[in-house]
Design a protein around this ligand. Structure first.
Ligand SMILES: [Cu+2]
Length: 280
């Protein structure tokens, strides 16, 4: 009976809980123009973001929704030169503005980095990350020929942790100054392909002794490290079933947790179905 009561409460909470505000995704480390300028971005107040919103006639609430259907890998045919950052979508056209003051992430050329691509509802798919060629000029419209032909990083179905896909990779070496990382995420379980432009500033790798430096520019690992830290500080809380195995109330709590997980999974699946339908 207690279990049934608990079940009803859990079901009630899940039915009332609002769906996630975002359903798709964008590169957040290094931050993309749309994620930086979007409703949840850190740089929404900058001149570049203000100009981008104005030119797009869009407040970028839909910062995670820059996608095209049915591209099927024909990115270079479908997305026009000069419109790579908007993928040719007029409601994002401000992202194509050639400017030198886009919010940029400082990176060390050739260093290891855990890329983060935020997405609240998981999709299957392959990420391809390209970097601009040497001599890239941010004041000129971005064209396909500005990008190196081959991606410097490819990842199929990377794991999602803490709301983001984490992709471990190595940054291109030999790059200095302002560049752009162009990310293409081709879904395999929806017809969509997502596009992100991330502005970066490469510092040349100095002597080996500065190996510590890269971790400073890697903001993702810091957030990555956060969840385990919370777990280690959590045990004192009575609600955490795992570490305290002596309590008699434990089976009930454990059962409750299992139910929440189960309902969460069902809820996520149902929600995703609704979202998927909206993709068309
Ligand atoms: Cu989606």
């Amino acid at each position: 009976m207690k279990v049934l009561g608990l079940l009803a409460v859990v079901a009630g909470v899940l039915l009332v809980a609002p769906p996630p505000a975002s359903a798709h995704g964008a590169l957040t480390n290094p931050v993309s123009r749309l994620a930086a300028c979007g409703a949840e971005g850190d740089s929404a107040g900058t001149a570049a973001c203000a100009a981008a919103r104005k030119a797009s006639r869009n407040d970028f609430e839909d910062w995670d929704n820059l996608r095209l259907p049915d591209v099927d890998g024909r990115d270079r045919e479908v997305v026009p030169d000069g419109k790579l950052c908007s993928a040719g979508l007029s409601r994002y056209q401000g992202l194509d503005l050639p400017r030198e003051d886009w919010p940029a992430t400082a990176l060390t050329a050739g260093a290891d980095l855990t890329f983060a691509y935020r997405g609240t509802i998981p999709h299957k798919g392959t990420f391809r990350l390209f970097v601009t060629r040497d001599g890239y000029d941010a004041t000129e419209p971005l064209t396909w020929s500005d990008l190196e032909t081959k991606p410097f990083l490819t990842a199929k179905d990377p794991a999602m942790r803490s709301g983001s896909y984490r992709i471990k990779g190595e940054l291109p070496s030999g790059k200095t100054g302002r560049h752009l990382i162009y990310t293409i995420w081709e879904n395999s379980d929806t017809p969509d392909t997502y596009y992100s432009c991330s502005d970066v500033i490469f510092k040349a790798a100095a002597a080996k002794t500065t190996k510590v430096q890269p971790s400073a520019s890697e903001s993702a690992p810091a957030t990555e490290a956060a969840p385990p830290a919370v777990e280690t500080t959590a045990p004192p809380a009575a609600a955490d079933p795992e570490p305290v195995s002596a309590t008699s109330a434990l089976p009930l709590i454990g059962g409750g947790a299992a139910l929440i997980v189960l309902f969460g999974a069902v809820y996520a699946i149902l929600l995703h179905r609704t979202r998927s339908r909206r993709h068309d």
